[in-house]
Design a protein around this ligand. Structure first.
Ligand code: PGA
Length: 251
C-alpha cells in the first residue's frame, strides 16, 4: 500500500533569521521531488515572516500559540498574528508541558483556538521514563488524548496531526525501537477509532532522536506516518536524508 508522510522539523530555540533563510533556500535546492511527502518546519517566531513564502515545497508552522486572540498576555503569540504566515501549530510539545507547565486543559483550549482560526494542530503526546518503567505508557497516552481532545467533534479531531514523542527519547540520542513506537502508534490509532470514522487517514508522527540511520525502520512501521525531528532538523544534510528515505518508502 502506498504511504504518505509528513516530515517535520522542530527547530526549538535555534537559528537566527539569517540562518533560517539560508537553511530554507539550501533545503529547497536540495529537494528534487517530494511526492507523497509533506515537509514542515517549525522555526522560532522571529524567523516565521522571513521564510513563510520562500519555498513551495516547505510548509511553515508555529511552535506555540496562545488561546486568546489579543490582550494583556505579555510574551504570548496570538492566532491572529500567525494567520496567513503559518498553516500548522505545534501544541503540547513535552518541553512546553514540562518546562513551561502547560496543562492538558490549556492544550485543549489551544487546539480549539487553532481550529477556530483554520490552523492545523500538531499535538504532541508521550510518556516520561518513569511512566514507561512503571508500565503506565498506554494509560498516560490515553489520559492525554482524552483530556486534550475533550469536547472536539469528530471532524475537528480528523484535522489534527498527532506526534508520539516519548520524553525519554527527546534530545537524548535514545530512540524508541520501531516495535516500541509501533505499539504506541497502534494504540493511538485504536483510541481514535472510537472517536472518528476512518482513523487510518490520520497522521501519527514519531518523534525522539530520529536520524537518517534509524528513519527507515521507524517510517516502515504500519502506523507511523512521519517524523517530528529536533536535533537532526537543524542540519540540511541530515534533514534532507530523512526526507529522501521517506520518499523512497512513499513510492
Ligand atoms: P529530537 O527532538 O529529535 O532532538 O529528539 C524531537 C522533538 O523534540 O520534537
Amino acid at each position: 500500500m502506498k504511504k504518505e508522510f509528513i516530515i517535520a522539523g522542530n527547530w526549538k530555540m535555534n537559528k537566527t533569521v539569517e540562518e533560517s533563510i539560508d537553511f530554507i533556500k539550501e533545503l529547497d535546492d536540495k529537494i528534487e521531488a517530494n511526492e507523497g511527502v509533506r515537509i514542515l518546519i517549525f522555526p522560532p517566531f522571529t524567523s516565521i515572516y522571513s521564510i513563510s513564502n520562500l519555498s513551495d515545497k516547505i510548509k511553515i508552522g508555529s511552535q506555540n500559540i496562545f488561546y486568546e486572540d489579543r490582550g494583556a498576555y505579555t510574551g504570548e503569540i496570538s492566532p491572529l498574528m500567525l494567520k496567513n504566515l503559518v498553516d500548522y501549530v505545534l501544541i503540547g510539545h513535552s518541553e512546553r508541558r514540562e518546562i513551561f507547565k502547560e496543562l492538558d486543559s490549556d492544550l485543549n483550549k489551544k487546539i480549539k483556538t487553532a481550529l477556530r482560526h483554520k490552523l492545523n494542530p500538531v499535538l504532541c503526546i508521550g510518556e516520561t521514563l518513569e511512566q514507561r518503567e512503571r508500565g503506565e505508557t498506554l494509560k498516560r497516552i490515553k489520559k492525554q488524548i482524552d483530556e486534550d481532545l475533550k469536547g472536539l467533534k469528530a471532524q475537528e479531531i480528523k484535522s489534527i496531526i498527532f506526534a508520539y514523542e516519548p520524553i525519554w527519547a527527546i534530545g537524548t540520542g535514545e530512540t524508541a525501537s520501531p516495535a516500541q513506537a509501533q505499539e504506541v502508534h497502534g494504540f493511538i490509532r485504536k483510541l481514535l477509532e472510537e472517536k472518528v470514522e476512518n482513523p487510518e487517514d490520520i497522521f501519527i508522527l514519531y518523534g525522539g532522536s530520529v536520524k537518517p540511520e534509524n528513519s527507515f525502520d521507524l517510517l516502515s512501521q504500519k502506523d507511523i506516518n512521519g517524523a517530528l525531528i529536533g536535533g537532526a532538523s537543524l542540519k540540511v544534510d541530515l534533514f534532507s536524508a530523512i526526507i529522501e528515505t521517506s520518499c523512497k518508502i512513499a513510492k
